[in-house]
Design a protein around this ligand. Structure first.
Ligand code: AHR
Length: 632
């Protein structure tokens, strides 16, 4: 640049631009706090979940033992290894002739031909990419077993590299009949680590059979068969109002036989046969229908129950008509399990399972992404479910997964997976959608940039998109990001760009996660009319307010330069108004959080005062802000 040819008055702007501080053309945002436009849906922010990316097994579901029911392939029993210490000799095999229940009909047979106290032998389990052991922690375990001759089984948590024993106990296995054994392990003053495994050994020659071997660390709210506290806390911080479960493709299964068959996923674990999931790995089904509902209860979320709708991902379809009746009945039974009093057939089963009180339920979704059904049978399938559910449960709102003809669903589920620019474009989509049709549930959406978790560019796309949902939350009644969880170990991920990442020991939120936390953390009960002039096409906004209490502004500057805004807050009133600001920002759109750098990008809080009804405000480059302004 030839400085001699530049007018002196331009120099401050050029310097600012060089420093990345240059404001774009000045923008004015007018927010009308006096005349609320429409009510904000109180259920706007929720969660969507399914078994993908080791979300439950190896994720939220706190079980430490991987392959606790001994599936095997041509290589042998997966995730289990023989332990032969010193001069001991042992062999493990799959015995398909004996198991403890009608659901679990096989077992691991352990034959120890040589062992003594100094040379024990047995089997070990490697966990889901290790097992987290923390200091002074009690682990709760159990297994089913039988033995040719009574034998004490030693159980030890062991460090992978050093072989150091971190916790130990012993259980006498007695008798040739299957029995359940329970035990606990306590770690002492050990360092927290995930590079550990668990060993089950004997100190003499013995033959025994094992099945459903389980080990849990402390869980969220100490639930038996419960969830990982760190992940539950991260989810709680999102203030979700509902949980859409169990999918997603996981609901459908690759085939009809491998759908989410809820009746096989209730009651004691020993009665759950387990099944192949949709996302390349087998599900323990420890996260069954009741566990989903308890998860809702723990986080004060409404269940949004997706029922199998007769279409599976691989293309199998149950035709509408008599063939579909049993599936419709299954859905009705499922709804009764969730909502029925303890004296109804399925309400009684729920009470038997430990939860006599019914759960609240307002939304039921029929199927998932039925636009992929090449046989085009959804109109008929949806109608059959809709009529049967409404006949028995007239107050339930029914969600269709695509537009249907012949019957009007209460709600339509829209899914969006796009790159950053695609989400910027979508930010205005609902501004012009007709209000006469069904309400909208954005049941899955994400800006897909970054792996395994989204980068800051994706967070900008997310935030822009969310401003569009907030501005239109009279129409868009619910929304949920997907997928929610990912185990970041090699082989853990099947779908990139997931909200929360973790390994066996720790977890972290992506910039997209913090965007959700910020947006859901300040939401008024009414939409305020907003108009923006100037500012270019990378400035996004929404405003909601609660009368006489607060206004919540969402501001997104997705450009690489700062943006100055004049914000007019009509109706805020005279005087000084305290405002809290949360800012999420990064220097580049590539910047991100990771398992090793979990807090590179986190919201930063600040305060400001709005005097009267006008605020001159500068949004930093690449920034997302939520501003909560107190009314006087
Ligand atoms: O969220 C991942 C997958 O994307 C879901 O299982 C499916 O519904 C969608 O296609």
């Amino acid at each position: 640049m030839n400085l001699r040819r530049v007018h002196l008055s331009a120099i401050p702007f050029i310097l600012a631009a060089c420093l990345g501080l240059q404001a774009q053309d000045r923008a004015t945002l007018s927010v009308d706090l006096k005349n609320p436009k429409a009510a904000v849906s109180p259920m706007l922010y929720g969660l969507m979940t399914e078994e993908i990316n080791y979300s439950y097994d190896g994720g939220l579901y706190a079980e430490l033992i991987r392959n606790r029911t001994f599936r095997s392939d041509w290589t042998g029993i997966l995730n289990w290894y023989v332990v032969e210490k010193g001069s001991s000799k042992a062999k493990m095999s799959l015995d398909s002739k004996t198991g403890p229940s009608a659901a679990l009909t096989n077992s691991l047979k352990l034959e120890v031909t040589r062992a003594d106290a100094a040379s024990p032998a047995g089997v070990l389990n490697e966990g889901y990419w290790g097992m987290a052991v923390r200091p002074n922690t009690t682990f709760t375990g159990s297994f089913f077993a039988k033995a040719e001759k009574d034998v004490p089984v030693r159980i030890q948590l062991v460090a992978d590299q050093s072989g150091k024993v971190l916790a130990t106990t012993s259980i006498p296995v007695a008798g040739t009949e299957w029995k359940e054994y329970k035990f606990s392990l306590h770690s002492g003053a050990v360092a927290a680590s995930a590079q550990n495994h668990v060993e089950f050994t004997v100190d003499r020659p013995a033959t025994l059979w094992l099945q459903l071997v389980s080990l849990f660390p402390p869980t969220y709210r100490n639930r038996v068969n419960g969830n990982r506290p760190d992940l539950m806390e991260k989810l709680a911080a999102m203030r979700p109002s509902f949980l859409r479960f169990p999918g997603g493709n996981y609901l459908e299964g690759n085939t009809i036989a491998t759908r989410f068959d809820w009746k096989k996923m209730i009651g004691p674990m020993v009665d759950r046969p387990t099944h192949p999931g949709t996302w390349t790995y087998h599900s323990t089904d420890g996260m069954g229908l009741l566990e989903f509902l308890q998860w809702c209860e723990d986080l004060k979320m409404q269940p949004l129950l997706a029922v199998y709708g007769g279409y599976s991902l691989g293309g199998e379809v149950v035709k509408p008509g008599p063939a579909l009746d049993p599936y419709v009945q299954d859905a009705l039974d499922e709804i009764e399990y969730v909502t029925g009093a303890a004296d109804t057939k399925w309400g009684a089963v729920r009470a038997r399972d430990g939860h006599p009180a019914p759960f609240p339920l307002h939304y039921v979704e029929v199927g998932n992404e039925d636009n992929f059904d090449k046989a085009k049978t959804y109109d008929g399938r949806y109608a059959q479910f809709h009529k049967a559910i409404k006949a028995k449960y007239p107050n339930l709102e029914i969600i269709a997964t695509m537009p249907v003809s012949g019957i009007t669903p209460d709600v339509l589920d829209d899914h969006y997976y796009k790159r950053e620019q695609g989400m910027f474009d979508l930010a205005k989509h609902y501004d012009t959608v007709d209000r006469k049709g069904p309400k909208i549930f954005v049941g899955e959406w994400a800006t897909r940039e970054g792996s395994p978790t989204p980068n800051f560019g994706a967070a900008l796309g997310d935030a822009a998109f969310l401003t569009g949902l907030e501005r239109n939350s009279d129409l868009v009644v619910m929304s949920a990001y997907a997928p929610l969880l990912v185990n970041v170990n090699p082989g853990g991920m099947q779908w990139s760009s997931d909200l929360i990442g973790y390994d066996a020991l720790t977890s972290y939120g992506s910039p997209s996660y913090y965007t959700q936390v910020m947006f859901a953390g300040c939401l008024g009960d009414h939409i305020s009319d907003t108009t923006l002039t100037g500012g270019g096409d990378k400035l996004f906004f929404a405003a909601t307010s609660t009368a006489k209490s607060k206004a919540c502004l969402k501001l997104v500057n997705a450009s690489s330069t700062a943006q100055t805004l004049s914000i007019q807050l009509k109706g805020l009133g005279a005087g000084a108004h305290a405002a809290q600001v949360e800012t999420l920002r990064a220097n580049t759109t590539w910047a991100t959080n990771s398992i090793t750098e979990p807090t590179r990008i986190v919201p930063v809080r600040s305060k400001l005062t709005v005097t009267g009804e006008t605020l001159q405000h500068t949004l930093p480059a690449y920034s997302i802000q939520v501003m909560e302004i107190e009314f006087k």
